[in-house]
Design a protein around this ligand. Structure first.
Ligand code: P53
Length: 476
């Protein structure tokens, strides 16, 4: 039985704002992540009006990767990483977002970082926008509700494509662009799009407008990137939480189809270059007045992505509800617990088979290469008396997910490029801002309050993953 391809991209994934720190170094501007305080499970992160004294902003220092990246990449190389997924902090390159010229110190930082990766034959996999857009674009322009952001983003994308054209081959445009389908809460609209809602606004139509501008910007970036280097592979990045029907009752099944439509149409536009008819019908029913021009529609067809990058942590479940004739989906109300699976301490439902399902879903629909660019288990780790974290639960989670991923490749024939587990080194949680929600194979000595030496140490999963990579997953 054949397994993963010989050049399968095993590695790990992070995002600049969650590990770099150095929030004011090298001329960096303030990002949306810099104005978010620490929350907890069930306690949302506070989005403050700028950086306020006396608040705990965990991303400001994070795990200080900005100064320690050489040692950390050495550890990744020891694990045998073939690739390393990170993002370029937009605010290091264009500190405010609307400058005409990039900031040389920021560009130099990523030159050095990529050189360090390439020294160990680690391929950088780069996300352009991962929850860290310039905060100035929020206060001055209203974030992605403003069409002007398209030009700012394309300028940023073109600057880094040009600068790193011989160092970086794999790119993604917007991280988890579809998180904002959950526009009822404040987190995703702010992190995805720099959108802060005012009381009484119709949140939904603003979300669709912001997403449209991002999709146009993504398409323009794909087009520009392919001109700068025809060998570039530029993907989209989707947060994949497949939504199952609670039962085989036909109405539950149809509710799951409708829910999937609301969360995953973003992929259709990225891949096919046009809006799915169900969404156009929905816009018409809701009488949304959206700024979507003929020229935009042309751009979308020209900037289709080369592959689908996606995160997979969990699956969701929905069921039909009374008084919902159009099967409208509200992520804060339409989901129910899956009685067949367990959940993490943060309520994320653990479902390895859902990863195989997701790979099949995407491949059946689009026949594009797929890349699992995030997967992992956020848990509370406790170092034992010898200082080592014995994270058997994390090994089990990853083992089970890799096994299902392998079935998708070997039995179902899915074209899979690679696997980069999330937070390969402990970092600040995006959702809660905590340190104690750890994903790493490498432990970082730092707690929620910011105490700790920041020292790094190998967890048990470090050696386990090293072995998986060494055998190209044959031992799973
Ligand atoms: P944290 C929600 C659902 C799925 C993935 O998340 C998500 C989110 C947002 O919290 O985010 C991705 O840190 C994201 C990463 C993030 C990771 O998943 O909340 O791309 O930035 O850290 C894990 O546990």
């Amino acid at each position: 039985m054949a397994g993963f391809k010989a050049d399968f991209l095993w590695g790990g994934a992070v995002a600049a704002h969650q590990l770099e720190g150095g929030w004011q170094e090298g001329g960096k501007g303030i990002s949306v992540a810099d104005v978010m305080t620490a929350g907890a499970h069930g306690v949302p992160r506070e989005i403050t009006d700028g950086v306020l004294p006396g608040k705990n902003y965990p991303n400001h220092e994070a795990i200080d990767f900005y100064h320690r990246y050489k040692d950390d990449i050495k550890l990744f190389a020891e694990m045998g990483f073939k690739c390393f997924r990170t993002s370029i902090a937009w605010t290091r390159i264009f500190p405010q977002g609307d400058e005409l010229e990039p900031n040389e110190a920021g560009l130099q930082f990523y030159d050095d970082l990529f050189d360090e990766c390439l020294k160990y034959n680690i391929e950088p996999i780069i996300t352009l926008s991962h929850f860290e857009m310039p905060y100035h674009l929020v206060t001055e322009y209203g974030g992605w509700r403003n069409r002007k952001l398209i030009d700012f983003f394309v300028r940023f994308a073109s600057a880094v494509f040009t600068r790193y054209r011989s160092k970086v081959k794999y790119w993604m445009t917007f991280n988890e662009i579809n998180n904002q389908a959950n526009y009822h809460e404040d987190f995703a609209p702010f992190t995805n799009s720099g959108v802060k809602y005012k009381a009484g606004e119709d949140r939904e139509v603003i979300m669709y407008q912001a997403a449209h501008y991002e999709l146009v910007a993504s398409a323009l970036a794909v087009e520009a990137g392919h001109k700068i280097n025809p060998d570039f592979k530029i993907g989209c990045m989707i947060a994949m939480c497949p939504i199952y029907p609670l039962t085989c009752a036909p109405d539950d099944m149809m509710m799951s189809v409708a829910a999937m439509h609301r969360r995953y149409w973003f992929t259709d536009v990225h891949v096919r270059g046009y809006y799915p008819q169900h969404l156009l019908n929905y816009f018409a029913r809701r009488q949304f007045k959206l700024d979507i021009t003929e020229e935009d529609l042309q751009i979308l067809t020209r900037g289709r992505v080369d592959y689908i990058g996606f995160s997979y942590y969990m699956s969701f479940v929905t069921k039909a509800q009374e008084n919902n004739p159009h099967l409208d989906y509200d992520e804060t109300k339409s989901l129910v617990k899956n009685p067949y699976v367990k959940a993490s301490d943060w309520g994320w439902q653990i479902d390895p088979v859902g990863l195989r399902y997701s790979l099949n879903y995407f491949y059946d629909l689009y026949q594009l290469p797929l890349f699992v660019v995030e997967n992992g288990f956020g848990a509370i780790d406790q170092p034992e008396s010898d200082g080592v974290v014995n994270d058997q639960y994390r090994i089990e989670y990853m083992h089970n997910h890799i096994r299902e991923m392998k079935k998708a490749v070997v039995e179902d024939g899915v074209d899979l490029m690679g696997y980069t587990p999330w937070g390969c080194i402990d970092l600040v949680s995006a959702g809660t801002g905590e340190m104690k929600k750890r994903y790493g194979l490498i432990y970082v000595d730092k707690d929620n309050e910011g105490n700790g030496t920041l020292a790094r140490s190998r967890k048990k999963s470090f050696w386990w993953y090293q072995d998986v990579i060494k055998h190209n997953g044959e031992n799973i």
